[in-house]
Ligand binder design. Sequence first.
Ligand code: BG6
Length: 482
Amino acid sequence: MSHTMVIFGASGDLTSRKLIPALYRQFQRGRLPNPTRIVGSARSPFTSEQWRTQLAESTAKYVKGEFDNASWTAFSQNIFYQPLDIGSDEDFRKLGAFLTEVEQSQTTDRVYYLSTMPQLYAAAIAQLGKAGLNVDTDGNRRVVIEKPFGTDSATAKQLNESIHQSFREDQIYRIDHYLGKETVQNMLVLRFGNTIFEPIWNRNYIDHVQITVAEEVKVGRRGDYYDKAGILRDMFQNHILQLMMLTAMEAPVRFTGEMVRNEKVKVLQAVRPYKGSDFAEFGVRGQYTGYSDEQGIPDESQTETFAALKLYIDNWRWKGVPFYLRSGKAMSCRTTQIVIQFREPPHMLFGEHKSYRPEANRLVVQIQPAEGIQLDFQSKVPDSDMKMRLSNLDFRFDTSGKELPDAYQRLLLDVLNGDPGLFARSDEVEQAWRIIDPIMSAWKSPAAPTLFNYEPGMWGPEEGVEWMTAQGRSWFDVCPVI
Ligand code: BG6
């Protein structure tokens, strides 16, 4: 079977930085279906040859030491370019003819990758439908949609409806690159490939869960986009809720895309909805000092660059267990971690003083960087009376010393092979907005809780720490140690 990936928005940053390097790396490893043709489309009037030359340079830069001329020459033979304006029916007709020509009448699975500005997603899809490029009688037709998928519930629903006019749900792949990360998938193996964790993975043993995605970077050149999005849209509605779903879901009956997604959606359905007065109590919002001096940010911007939320999942497994979700730009270090904080022992026998409270068990799943797992537990201090100390067991996900494959490598291969398991379904995206929408509106309203400032390089605003302390808990503010 032959394959074609058509990339709309081909002259953009994502294409050169992520998509082409990922496809090239899979080609080098012999994993890309043979043949896989790549057809770039954008308004810039390149020839195929000019686009290949540009991509050779950018790919060499982004794959670093992995670039070699021989494999690039072989790979790039299947790279083509066809200029296209998304508003033009005629250009889509030409694209159709061009694809038929490069595919040489072979039965071909075709993937349309929308890497354009999000405002153009619906128009591009409608044009594909109008030109008949959505019909999969001679090979499958699939469409990949980058985030952000809508800007709230209503727009996500609208987008789903307009895509469904041209493509069936099983043809639609909504990408969330966090699901392509090795350690995110390992969360399922950790939970459902072992027997020791599952019996204690519930409200009887777990006090709370913390999911932190901290970034050291600031908004940089993405000010225009970021100031409209803010951290809730940029990180929570997608990546962080995905991490929460994998942490909280029930075991699927079988490991199929549909069954896994069914279980994930149930987690979102069980999230307790917030009401107006809840918002001050259930979240903290912050902005780093200097944010409004960045390019494209208005002086008076009230956009959050940090947020911490407390969500409850009202089901048998999790009732009463808070999930603390936190993310920020300009934080102390880059770290994504899921911390399972277990309860304290019910009755303390050891310790010098009766008031001594050792730290309870904790499982730290380090998603990135320094991918791995750490289990903290108490042990006896040798040659002491019955003094305890915190000890740990470490597991390093990859000991080869090489970098883990980029998330796009796995996801692009899955879409070429027609495996939707690591992509978001329409109901998943809509449910995620259902959770985020009311928080966004409350934080935009005149009664919004204070937007606290924090200095870059901190773990967010001081008030976020106090908020946690007031609940008798503390953040696991540790840069990756494994
Ligand atoms: C993107 C966000 O989706 O994810 C960015 O738009 C963020 O703001 C990025 O920096 C984080 O991805 P990763 O893979 O570096 O954790």
